[in-house]
Design a protein around this ligand. Structure first.
Ligand code: ZN
Length: 1066
């Protein structure tokens, strides 16, 4: 069924192009494609979404009396480092500690990295298997002993080889409260560079495994090693059913400031939450590391005396002092003093003492030594009534139950003892000596980018395969490749999940381990693309299982040493079908760029109508273009989650082909074959300026081809905006740390680039080619979201001796007056949080992670830079936003890796620069903000690109389209995931749908919007009208707990920023 909008657009195409003219009409044909669904600027300003009418801008409703905002803490923090290179915590003195009743909970644990100095498989083989096997034996033997475990990936590696009686024992240990699964994600994920869609996915994978195999539902989170903590995680953990959480790597000086307010335990609340609905109790471990030497109290030499394990990292020595009848009095007193001093930092009469370190408890002796020595000390301390202390082994549940009880009782007694409330996050992180862990945001960007591609590909594979299963069921047919598809998706999901580990996506592992992750990601990417092809074929043939797979993925990534090259489609006389998949739940019209082997072609849409297209050259070198490879650019119209087929025919005389013009500067002898109709302008000298344009903007460039300004045609306003590439020279940077020797310097001072411009009716592009860097900037001529920004694409290759110890950035400069250094970065693609640049501190202290967008604004303008992968970002001066692209640093930064990072790959990066004019009156520069609706759509399309497939085989069984949704979801709603839940045996366990309603700013006009802005609810029936459902349950985020059963026709209302999960049965 055709949407009325699609019919209209087809009519326009027919009207404009049906005369069969081969000459380009005057003006841009795409202007004539302007569809009724788009709002003019004036209309858009009048068209206020319902949310904005009802609520105004809720940024104004700040009622945060007494709330601690982390963004305010630097101003009251003492950053002076003491002689031991550490920041000081405000402990009570030894003789001055309180003697009130104190509970001490010793929590044995082992921190197991899913790859770092060794691969995940090696760690399993050499340590983790031993830890888990010993855990069963020793916890069964020692009933008082407890253990906490976080990483599900290792449990799943271990589990399948266990006898049933061992599995039974493990479940018994959990039932008895001796073993606690903490959070239970697939890995302990990084919090800076990860995107929330994949964070949820790996958490669900872990939770589904844990509930199926261990029959337990985690309630406490334990993230002791990620290098800084995001404000998004507490929201996700809470939605998944966690009640409490422990974190560790917080800037040590900020810890001291929190400790001075007795606020190392707080209710962590989301920025927009004025009611406390999102509160989760968070405990910040006070000391510098999570190892035993740093957890009993402030004196690490004393704590080290109670470490009975084999050291696993270069920082540790074997230091445990056995407890004997002779020394017990002294040994117990030392520890007693440490516990008392640590208790001085906390409010609720309970001390958490983690007992573990990296890969600890892997030998039988270590379990015995720890158990026996600590039992002696506990018995001794507990037997002294005058010490008023009870020490026991416990889990996180033991600890938090006591803390919450203590708080509740004191509140009942009218003491002002409620947990403090905190909003914000904990970036950047610094442990000691003023060294900042802000390098890893940009370390190994090739793999960061690959993982984002994989996330989009996996999500599309999930959606299509789920729709295919449902469609087959409707026809009473089997989705024949069900088992293969489900096992492929499981493999892909687990490979991506593994990469979210805090030494993987961070880029902080050994080169051979990075290679292992990369191999897994590349393989998973190709597998996910074949899942997309298989499911698409199934949907287009309506479950006709007779034909072998004849649809192929367009994107196949063969190796990591070249940027993803575009597949060249072979155009045939009988027609090559190119198939597009729209993975978002909104209608979408955009120009597609496709490589083809011939310029003699016609392109027809699914109604068999000829579509106009622009034809661009593909450059073989700086002086030559390919004669058998071209790029075509054409507009596709896609309804939500739809599949559309376009057919490319090889013809003698193309009907609607527009050859682009080529201008090259700084290149001699540039020629093109005569049979190609490109208009060529070639000059060895440079022009003083260049421009490219579309309906909305004219972008201006200086002699070297770099952006210098933008003219907004809709507003008739010029805006100063530029792009530069610069480089920091490293002083002591490494994989983790950013430590430059000074300010960034332009990287291309002495060389001249080649500049070329490609212009046609649909796309105008400028390309600047240097030796190690190529940079292009494009404008698409469409009134949709795609035409609202400048599309930047860079390829950088730092595998060169002259770039050693360099850290390359792209800096966007503008006239935006964020004079006090305020800017905003997204956290995990979920929310925008304010940052404040501290102008008198070193560069690296002002770097923050960015996952999907960063913005600066003033009372008139907002500049948003959208990014398709994670980077480090800073706004060092007014109007600036800089993104670190890659780093080549050959020194170790003393955080355990033992080497620098020099295995750079040629790496692509995508950005979209978006300028918006503020029309609202609400205040700007609040502690958090929202993107505009247009900005959300631009970013969604960047993160979820149209998936491309192709086939050269004619098959009449094929439909040309598949359109599962009649209408777009409201603009502010998104489907985070739609996937099929399976057990370990791949049995279908229902379909999982996660919906997200985004918060958005009402201060900016709607531009290029193709979706409804005034709907407040959605229903599954309107979402998928052709899929009959028998049961809908709303659940916690990862489906561990059912919240309610819903009537089949019920409307679902989400509040802005809310994420809700459902399990649907057919
Ligand atoms: Zn770790």
């Amino acid at each position: 069924m055709l949407s009325s909008a699609t019919i209209l657009s087809v009519l326009y195409v027919l009207l404009v192009y049906s005369q069969g003219s081969v000459h380009a009409p005057n003006g841009h044909p795409s202007l004539r494609l302007r569809r009724h669904t788009f709002l003019s600027e004036q209309d858009a300003e009048k068209n206020v979404p319902k949310l904005c009418k009802d609520n105004g801008n809720n940024l104004n409703k700040m009622a945060d009396n007494g709330t601690i905002f982390t963004i305010d803490l630097p101003a009251i923090t003492n950053y002076n480092v003491y002689s031991n290179k550490q920041y000081s915590l405000p402990h009570p003195k030894v003789g001055n500690v309180s003697d009130s009743k104190l509970n001490v909970i010793i929590v044995p644990h082992s921190h197991v990295d899913a790859g770092w100095l060794r691969t995940v498989e090696e760690y399993y083989m050499y340590h983790v298997k031993g830890i888990l096997n010993n855990m069963v034996v020793k916890l069964t033997k020692y009933k008082e002993m407890k253990f906490v475990w976080a990483e599900t990936v290792f449990l799943s590696m271990w589990w399948n080889n266990l006898d049933d009686d061992v599995k039974h024992k493990v479940r018994r240990l959990i039932e008895r409260g001796q073993l606690e699964i903490a959070l239970g994600g697939w890995v302990m994920s990084d919090e800076a560079s990860t995107h929330y869609v994949s964070v949820i996915d790996q958490l669900m994978e872990g939770h589904q495994w844990v509930i199926e195999n261990l029959h337990t539902k985690p309630v406490n989170s334990w993230a002791i090693d990620p290098f800084g903590h995001s404000a998004t995680m507490p929201y996700l953990w809470k939605q998944a059913g966690m009640e409490n959480m422990v974190i560790q790597r917080v800037h040590q000086a900020i810890k001291a400031t929190l400790a001075a307010q007795t606020a190392l335990e707080f209710q962590w609340r989301q920025m927009w939450d004025m009611e406390g609905k999102t509160d989760i109790l968070c405990h910040v471990m006070p000391y510098i590391y999570y190892g035993i030497q740093h957890t009993c109290g402030p004196n690490n030499q004393v704590c080290a005396m109670y470490d009975y394990g084999q050291p696993k990292s270069i920082f540790e020595q074997s230091t445990g002092r056995l407890v004997t009848d002779e020394n017990i009095e002294k040994q117990a007193k030392y520890l007693y003093d440490q516990y008392r001093m640590k208790a001085g930092l906390f409010e609720y009469g309970t001390v958490l003492v983690p007992l573990g370190d990296d890969f600890r408890f892997d030998t039988s002796e270590e379990w015995d030594l720890h158990y026996e020595n600590y039992m002696k000390i506990m018995d001794y301390i507990n037997s002294k009534p005058e010490w008023n202390m009870n020490v026991q082994f416990g889990t996180l549940s033991t600890y938090f139950d006591l803390v919450r009880n203590n708080e509740m009782q004191r509140v009942l007694m009218n003491e002002t003892a409620e947990f403090p409330v905190l909003k914000g996050d904990f970036f950047p992180y610094s442990d000691l000596d003023s060294e900042y862990w802000t390098g890893y945001y940009s370390t190994r960007p090739f793999q960061k980018q690959l993982s984002r591609d994989l996330e989009a590909s996996l999500r599309a594979g999930d959606i299509l395969s789920t729709l295919a299963i449902h469609q087959c069921k409707r026809y009473n047919l089997e989705f024949e490749s069900y088992l293969e598809t489900m096992s492929q998706l499981l493999e892909v999901r687990r490979s991506l999940g593994l990469f979210l580990h805090h030494d993987a996506i961070t880029g902080t592992a050994k080169p051979e381990v990075v290679q292992d992750y990369e191999n897994k990601l590349l393989h998973a990417f190709n597998v996910s693309q074949s899942v997309i092809a298989q499911a698409t074929q199934n949907l287009l043939t309506m479950c006709n299982n007779d034909s072998p797979v004849i649809i192929s993925a367009h994107n196949v990534r063969r190796d990591a040493h070249t940027p993803p090259t575009q597949f060249t489609t072979i155009v045939t006389k009988s027609g090559t079908k190119v198939i597009f998949v729209n993975p978002v739940a909104q209608e979408r019209s955009e120009f597609i760029r496709l490589r083809v082997d011939s310029a003699n072609l016609d392109i027809r849409n699914s109604q068999d109508l000829n579509i106009p297209f622009q034809i661009n050259p593909v450059f073989k070198s700086t002086t030559k273009i390919q004669t058998s490879e071209f790029e075509v650019v054409f507009l596709i119209d896609m309804s939500p989650f739809s599949i559309e087929t376009y057919t490319l025919y090889k013809v003698e005389a193309p009907v609607l082909c527009y050859w682009s013009s080529i201008e090259t500067y700084g290149i001699e002898n540039f020629q093109i074959p005569k049979n190609l109709n490109f208009q060529l302008k070639n000059s060895l000298t440079f022009k003083s300026s260049y421009k490219i344009e579309n309906e909305n903007f004219e972008a201006r460039f200086e002699e070297n081809g770099m952006l210098t300004g933008l003219f907004d045609r809709v507003r008739s306003k010029s805006i100063d905006i530029g792009v530069e590439f610069l480089s920091y020279t490293s002083q002591a940077s490494g994989a983790y740390l950013f430590y430059p020797s000074g300010e960034a310097k332009p990287i291309h001072e002495s060389t001249r680039p080649h500049v070329r411009l490609i212009k046609g009716p649909f796309l105008e592009q400028i390309e600047v080619v240097y030796k190690h860097l190529s940079h292009s900037l494009s404008l698409f001529d469409t009134p949709t979201a795609q035409g609202q920004g400048l599309h930047v694409y860079n390829e950088l290759n730092m595998l060169s001796a002259d770039l050693t110890n360099q850290e390359v950035i792209m800096r966007v400069t503008s006239e935006v007056k964020n004079e006090h250094g305020e800017f905003y970065t997204d956290e995990n693609g979920y929310q925008l949080i304010q940052r404040k640049t501290r102008p008198n501190t070193r560069v690296e202290t002002n770097y923050y992670p960015v996952t999907t967008m960063a913005l600066i604004e003033d009372s008139a303008l907002r500049l948003t830079v959208h990014t398709r992968q994670s980077h480090g970002v800073a706004s060092l001066k007014g109007g600036w936003l800089e993104f670190m692209l890659d780093r080549n640093v050959d020194r170790d930064d003393n955080r355990g890796l033992g080497e620098g990072v020099t295995d750079n790959r040629p790496t692509a990066s995508h950005f979209i620069l978006q300028i918006e004019h503020r029309q609202g009156t609400s205040q700007y520069q609040q502690k958090f903000t929202y993107p505009s609706l247009t900005s959300h759509i631009i970013n969604d399309h960047l993160q979820q690109p149209v998936q491309k497939l192709f086939t050269t085989i004619r098959n009449n069984a094929f439909q040309f389209s598949f359109r599962p949704m009649r209408h777009s979801l409201p603009c502010d709603h998104s489907v985070v995931s739609l996937k099929t839940l399976v057990t370990s045996n791949l049995v279908n366990n229902g379909s999982s749908i996660i919906l997200h309603r985004k918060g958005y700013s009402c201060d900016f006009p709607l531009r290029g919007i193709q979706c409804p802005t005034d709907l407040e609810t959605v229903s599954f029936h309107t979402l998928f009208p052709d899929i009959p459902m028998t049961d809908i349950r709303e659940t916690t985020l990862t489906h561990l707990h059912v919240r309610s059963s819903l009537p089949l026709n019920s409307s679902i209302r989400l509040q802005p920023m809310e994420i809700k999960s459902f399990v649907v049965t057919l």
